[in-house]
Design a binder for this molecule. Sequence first.
Ligand code: IPM
Ligand code: MG
Length: 357
Amino acid sequence: MYTITLLPGDGIGPEVVAEAVKVLISVSNRFGVKFTMNEHLIGGAAYDATGHPLPQETKDACLQCDAVLLGAVGGPKWDNLPVELRPERGALLPLRKLLEVYANLRPAVVFKALTAASTLKPEVVSGLDVMVVRELTGGLYFGDKKREEIPGGYRVVETLVYTTEEIERVSRRAFELARQRSKKLTSVDKANVLESSRLWREVVTSLAAEYPDVELSHMLVDNCAMQLVRNPLQFDVLLTENLFGDILSDQAAQLTGSIGMLPSASLGGGVGLYEPSHGSAPDIAGQGKANPIATIMSVAMMLRYTFGLAEAAVAVEAAVVRALEEGYRTPDIMEEGKKLLSTREMGDIIVRYTENH
Ligand code: IPM
Ligand code: MG
């Protein structure tokens, strides 16, 4: 039996998490595994109910379960709160830190049925399957910040901290993933300017000897941004620090046509954190327009990485592919001649295909 903490959060979060829960239940039916799920508050929803975006009760639930499934947090309603109470800085980042999930895996896969949904030419993106490994608990996101008044305005300081150990542990994950995939790892940095990047490159290079079967290369982040739109098929696993990874993973996501398709897994501590790569999309919240596939694919990652249920993960992924191949679409990936579905209808189809393969 596995315990899963559900954190639906804000905006479209509750809608997409509801569909992912249905898929978990269908996995349970088909494979005979038992999941205990309990729901807790996070983000703006938690702030409205309790006065804090990450209540103690939610933290306890996250530390005591096997895996966390998060929808999304944030929205215009909470944008003007003091920064430590805003859903992003007050809930999401502290949760990542609390769970010590230092390795964020963001796969960007172009499904055959959706090749035309990309804004890039089909021959550039066809068959794309990239895994971005983003360091998630260090760097500029977590360093000391300071703002002071000076004549004529302000002076701000942001600190970028990395230790050898922090770089090493996330790099090992990336080497190991590369080993299970096509054995190509590209480490992305800005070693021509930043001291943190110079250390990053040294540490990654020193690990390469332990993974002689993995072909390691280094690329500067500006070049990588360019190469991702010029020739993304050259990449397999991309490894990078927190802020570069934030930016490059959105870019990689868009190569696939819609960020509504992209799952993520954050690993490292004892409890895995799974969430779609997209945000809370307040503009379409509550309208049944959200694409639940990113969250459902996050469940597939949970089955694979936390529960070791590879067969169940494959079943969910296959159900998603089948739904797409049969022409089912949510608005974000709609094309002429396809069948437009609501969030719930898309969930229903994927549930059906997960149970009846
Ligand atoms: C992400 C998001 C977050 C980040 C925001 C919401 C704080 O953009 O998960 O990529 O920057 O990490
Ligand atoms: Mg981001």
